[in-house]
Design a protein around this ligand. Structure first.
Ligand code: PLP
Length: 378
């Protein structure tokens, strides 16, 4: 069994996918091909944003976004303590300082109350200037945008969205990628919308920001491609990846529905044995991961080992709070509040094999293995 079976998806889409890729190879327009612009237009329409810029990966998307906004040394960007490293790394690369904020243990997402406390604490400490908040749609579930937006307005902060895991999710009728001044996503193969290599995108309604992003992603070009007005970088999505994504975009909603059914089947079998992901409310999850919370680190590690013995893969997303990463040791003194929920989650979470093409037999195999371990252990 695979943790996320990308070949099953390819087999399901093979005729359209093969044709789309062959068309790009035949055209020999490997970069700047028509599929890239078409993808940008379709993704902008999909998210309801005015602009979409495709780029090389989700980390570049974050860096370009922070750079275009003007994050600079001395600026605090509030990020969840519980997320993939890149969400905070991108702040540091641009010269800002990530300030780690605790998450809600049920939603796994930035806790609005903890955010407000952290903003006040940074203001009181007086070492950094609070500027922005990066909300992450962790494991596919959209963050609580109404509450986060309210905190941002109260303190004059700018909200951004990292939708790498949330793409195809919906919050109060709005799609992931539509929140904040700008939002990013990643097309890493295992994400809800993934390509066959690396890719990313940035979404915004702000035309000036979009123009600046396009310049920064192409060596700081001016009106002319070979007249450079600032230092940028090379960050582009190639045509093959865009063609792959156009095929996958057509089935994204269908896949979201399929994976929701897998999640529902897991939760029905596992409820009561472990804490299953919260469901229901004013949102639809993109279901990037199906993550259980166990009673203790020992129980979590025992379950992972029991699954492994049966050739069932599982993953710990994420084993360390960001504030505990060695890479952030030099900004430890700039951190404000403790993040007890994150610490607890890192000890107790386990993500199960999960994708839209999981068969009823495979779902049963996973649930039987989890159930038998937890009942015997329990
Ligand atoms: C994957 C991911 C990224 C980075 O995307 P890459 O394309 O791998 O650079 C950023 N943020 C989150 C939350 C992610 O899951």
């Amino acid at each position: 069994m695979k943790f996320r079976d990308l070949s099953a998806q390819y087999q399901a889409l093979k005729p359209e996918m093969d044709k789309a890729m062959q068309d790009v190879v035949d055209s020999a327009a490997f970069v700047f091909g028509g599929a890239v612009t078409q993808l940008e237009n379709e993704l902008a329409a999909y998210t309801g944003r005015r602009h979409c810029l495709a780029c090389a990966n989700g980390t570049d998307a974050l860096e370009l976004m922070f750079k275009a906004y003007g994050i600079a040394p001395g600026d605090a960007v509030f990020v969840p303590d519980f997320t993939f490293f890149a969400s905070a790394e991108a702040v540091s690369t641009i010269g800002g300082t990530p300030v780690f904020v605790d998450v809600d243990p049920e939603s796994f997402n930035l806790c609005p109350k903890a955010l407000e406390a952290a903003v006040l604490a940074v203001q009181a400490a007086g070492k950094l200037r609070p500027r922005a908040v990066l909300a992450v749609d962790l494991f596919g579930r959209p963050a609580d945008y109404d509450a986060l937006e309210a905190v941002c307005q109260k303190y004059g902060l700018t909200l951004f969205e990292d939708a790498a895991q949330g793409f195809s999710g919906v919050y109060k009728g709005r799609r992931a990628g539509s929140f904040g001044l700008a939002a990013t996503t990643s097309f890493f193969p295992a994400k809800p919308l993934g390509c066959y290599g690396d890719g990313g995108a940035i979404f915004t309604d702000d035309s000036e920001m979009d123009a600046l992003l396009r310049s920064l992603a192409m060596h700081g070009k001016g009106d002319d491609r070979y007249v450079n007005v600032r230092i940028g970088r090379n960050s582009r999505l190639d045509t093959l990846q865009a063609a792959v994504l156009l095929v996958k975009l057509r089935v994204l909603e269908e896949e979201r529905q399929k994976i929701s059914q897998v999640a529902a089947a897991y939760s029905q079998r596992l409820a009561g044995l472990a804490l299953t992901p919260a469901e229901g409310g004013d949102y639809l999850s993109a279901w990037a991961q199906y993550t259980l919370r166990l009673k203790s680190a020992a129980q979590r590690d025992g379950l992972a080992a029991a699954l492994k013995a049966k050739d069932i893969p599982s993953m710990i997303y994420y084993p360390l709070p960001l504030r505990a990463q060695q890479a952030f040791a030099d900004i430890a003194h700039l951190q404000v509040d403790a993040c007890p929920n994150t610490a607890q989650l890192c000890e107790t979470v386990l993500s199960l094999p999960f994708h839209p093409y999981l068969s009823p037999g495979q779902i049963d195999e996973v649930c039987t293995a989890v159930t038998s371990y937890l009942k015997a252990e329990g």
